[in-house]
Design a protein around this ligand. Sequence first.
Ligand SMILES: C[S@@+](CC[C@H](N)C(=O)[O-])C[C@H]1O[C@@H](n2cnc3c(N)ncnc32)[C@H](O)[C@@H]1O
Length: 213
Amino acid sequence: MEFNHWHDRWEQNQIGFHEGQPNVLLVEYFSALALDKGSRIMLPLCGKTVDIHWLLEQGYQVVGIELSEIAVKQLFEDLATTPTITEVGALKRYEATNVVIYVGDFFELTEEALGAVDLVYDRAALVALTEPQRKRYTAHLRQITQNAPQLVICYEYDQSIVAGPPHSISAEEMRQHYAEYFELKHLAEVPVEGGLKGTCPSTEHVWYLEPIN
Ligand SMILES: C[S@@+](CC[C@H](N)C(=O)[O-])C[C@H]1O[C@@H](n2cnc3c(N)ncnc32)[C@H](O)[C@@H]1O
């Protein structure tokens, strides 16, 4: 059912979540992480985000996973590069210089297929999922990335006014998923201009999750 929702949205081009420019909070807060050039950044549930272009331009490697092959085909068209396509278990692997994107269900992605990751960048991934899925998602993400640090951008608002996705993620929920494994650094809270979906007052939050060793 959830899969159909996202496939339908891509087929009908109902992708209001897709930003036509690099995410402003990514651009503002990324440099503070002082990540070495060439580091490998994972984008779960990546869509065809322009953030991938921006990260590549900054000299990073990108690995992502996205359910919709429509999105992944459009991403490589936008990147103006022809990927090599192979099959890896239940997933398809699109690869070009410095970028690997898996097509399929995030929960099918293994640690072996993913490879080493220096940072997870989660923009609109956690918020895309229902509460039971979020518990599975955070556990699986931690496992396949071996608790790599994360930059997380998510929304918070009164979920009784607007139904998700995007779902509202409170600080308490972030702690429930991650506080056992990471120090949670709250980098910013920014009001969403005009409210969520143009109606509901909302804030966008930026978190940095630093692994506890
Ligand atoms: C809200 S969008 C965000 C996309 C991207 N992160 C961005 O910022 O534009 C969520 C994306 O997750 C994808 N998705 C949903 N469930 C998924 C799953 N189980 N595995 C992989 N991708 C999934 C959807 O197709 C959709 O493109």
